[in-house]
Design a protein around this ligand. Sequence first.
Ligand code: FE2
Ligand code: FE2
Length: 206
Amino acid sequence: MNDTPYLAYLTQHLSPGRLQHSLGVMDVMDALAPIYGLDPAAAHLAGLAHDAGKELPLKRMLEIAQAVNFPLATPCDQDPLYLHGPCSAYVAQHEMGIADPLALEAIFRHSYVGDGAPRSPVFCWCLRFADMLEPGRDWEAARNHLRPIIFAGRLGQAAHEMMAWLIPFLESVGATPHPAQRALQRKLADLFANGKNGVPNDQLPV
Ligand SMILES: [Fe+2]
Ligand SMILES: [Fe+2]
């Protein structure tokens, strides 16, 4: 795949650190695609573009939210920490020309927002994990714990353990967990805690 036009866009719109992070997430998506049967080109682009809108000013993010009918229902929905998923999907589609619906859905939902059943829970979770596993990130202990579970195909168990880690982590850095994250944590704990059997990867809550 020729990444040049996408890289040109991101180089213009992201800081060097975030571009580096995006390339790291792209590499992890390349590695996860064959394990989880993802379309390799879509996985690659989703990793590369997943934070394409993260550095937009809040005013522009709120305009995009309105344009895509994203409901700003809770204070968290107006926080770039959560709003940047929908905004990045918008930028990926309208400014970078990415059309794959599963890639766009995963980008939209990687910040833990979005209603209804996703078309591909597997793609969505892979992108969240790639975002977390890329080697530039700080949380080395959590990454080292989750990586083998994720690479063994145990996406639901990894999702359960990740949410059990993520919510206290967000609180520890002064961020407010999104209500959807708390609901998701409860659902996954019901399915996977204490050695429960869970559900197949393609039925995971997102
Ligand atoms: Fe992100
Ligand atoms: Fe990211």
